[in-house]
Design a protein around this ligand. Sequence first.
Ligand code: C2E
Ligand code: MG
Ligand code: MG
Ligand code: MG
Length: 288
Amino acid sequence: RAKAEGGNRYGFFSEEMSIEMKKRMALEIALRGALDRGEFVLHYQPRIELPSEKLMGVEALVRWNNPECGLVLPSDFISIAEETGLIDELGIWVLRQACLDIQGLSTRLGYQLCVSVNLSPKQLLSPNLVAQVQHALDQAGMQPTCLELELTEGAFIHDMQASTLAMQQLKALGVRLAVDDFGAGHAGISYLQQFPIDVVKLDRTFITPNASEPHGHGFMKALSDMTHALGLHVVAEGVEDKATLDLLCQTQCDEAQGYFIAEPLPLSMLVTYVEKNGYPSNQLHGLT
Ligand code: C2E
Ligand code: MG
Ligand code: MG
Ligand code: MG
């Protein structure tokens, strides 16, 4: 029928859609049991202080080790997990595992690392979140100051009252709160003053072009000055080259994260990375 009404445009679309839908449904079904089957893993991406290049902490990034597709990235399953409600359980698992892994490693190596955990918007407004965070800290024996929770602006600008309350309760535990992907959304900047935020993570789309643009230096300096003026700590994400890292040092950015520094690493490789780059004795020679 679509064909008769003017070419095969509609027919083509519905076929594409059904392939997409089938793929998604298959993922959704596989995702349901993935937690029980132990298929999720955390990778950890190092974050360094500038200009010292001292290793400060890591960001926990979840991956799904799917027996059929291999390692699946969060962009392919986080939204499904959110829509199906699986994100609650997954979020709790990530929090606990990240604290256990990083406190365990810190204790073993004698080098305290902080860990940053991404929260989905739904998690922030869950009434159990505060207890879950406290439990994850207790279970791992981690100081709350070593845990940072990353939220995107979309998680808190819609319901300002409930979000502010949730954020205040988290802050009362002693954990730090970061805005993730700052500059990528449409919320403007005034919210930085309205919420109890400690850290701003500049989105990589903000970072990448600056080293080559004529006003890149001024732009980065202004961003970092503004953030500091609000009493916040500024972290650049997506640092992919030396020129960008140099620019971030010149513009007083506090910390940096990105492929140029290190990719997200499985725990075993993080251990090697910390042994090579983390110890204070190595810092005299800078990071390699
Ligand atoms: P994000 O929190 O902004 O994490 C940074 C993303 O950028 C990661 O992608 C990381 O691998 C990637 N990245 C790091 N350095 C570079 C770089 O130099 N260049 C480029 N092009 N990319 C870089 P990933 O791991 O695929 O995660 C994507 C997003 O999924 C995360 O963005 C975060 O929003 C979400 N996510 C990851 N883990 C979790 C989780 O445990 N829970 C929730 N709710 N969301 C998560
Ligand atoms: Mg993040
Ligand atoms: Mg980000
Ligand atoms: Mg990002």
